[in-house]
Design a binder for this molecule. Sequence first.
Ligand code: GLA
Length: 394
Amino acid sequence: MQIKDLKKTFAALFGDGEVQLFFAPGRINLIGEHTDYNGGYVFPCAITKGTYALAARRTDRNIRMYSMNFPDYPIISFDLEDLTFAEKHDWANYPKGMILKLLETGYDISSGVDVLFYGNIPNGAGLSSSASIELVTGVMLEHLFHLSIDRVDMVKLGQKVENEFIGVNSGIMDQFAIGMGRQDHGILLDCHTLVYEYAPLHLENDTLLIMNTNKERTLASSKYNERREECESALRDLQNYIDIKTLGALAPKEFEELKEHIKNPVTARRAAHAVHENQRTKLSLKRLKEGNLQGFGQLMNESHVSLRDDYEVTGTELDTLVEAAWKQEGLIGARMTGAGFGGCAIAIVKSDKVDAFRKKVAAHYKNIVGYEPSIYEAKAGDGAKRLTGEVVIQ
Ligand code: GLA
């Protein structure tokens, strides 16, 4: 797919408008999983694949949207005055929710738009295609209507779309990574204070891989909300003994001393993951700064074990993929990434071993699971922005 193809499709669907092009990436999380809504640290990066939006202002109050990723849906059309969630609008509820949140915040979207979306991250693969379409909608409206939107505010509005419009009680990580990403950098973010730091990813002789299980993330949102409630329940038990606002405020040692007060053994394991994962995430940056990539990889592996055994969000597909990765020559570290329940894992592998790694992991996975995974290189890219000049879709 190239930009000229998008332009042709736009013209065929909407006529010859004065179009502008926008992009928002997907994201992977290097480490710090299920810590964001627990007030802990995350360490994601934006990737170079994501969602493109080609858009033009209209003179009336009508919004018309089409996604090349959902060709079974016709052009979806609604007025700026009717921004209610509609089951039949399916994927378009994400951009619709973003328009609503911007209007509710007081931004002046003075007319309708025609917009064509095209994404090259797979939907539902856990690379945040939904946050990507939210943020591309945000930058699109920001430019088309000359709004001045603080980027972190835009990120927070994206999270509100998920929480209040879609009904997933997700944290801030995805929208933050997608809104604030920087080429060749990860972002260490304290989700309690939103203080963040960019960390250069020096992977000179190593390669970062995305390994997609190609398993659809069914039931992901209900299980996700359930994990969040389990953590909140553990926190309430602990609050009878210590004055904390989030699990992220607890050092591992404090947690170990207090954990017996958590009444339910299942919620205690969920909390154990949140606390120790938070510690691993903080340590990760330290190891990267020391140039200790191997040590960083070790923390990735420990993160997966904790997500598998204590948080229980991996499942056969992710475990098969990651456990096969651990056995390969040249492996630095591998773990699931994102919410889990299917979706993607990541691995850092010595570059000269990548070809053999891909073949062996894919063959093993197919043998056990019955179908192929997709394994490809990931590069840390920039956050959501307007694109000008010569643009090549990667
Ligand atoms: C999803 C959510 C994020 C985060 C991760 C798990 O991607 O949207 O907020 O909680 O899961 O780390």
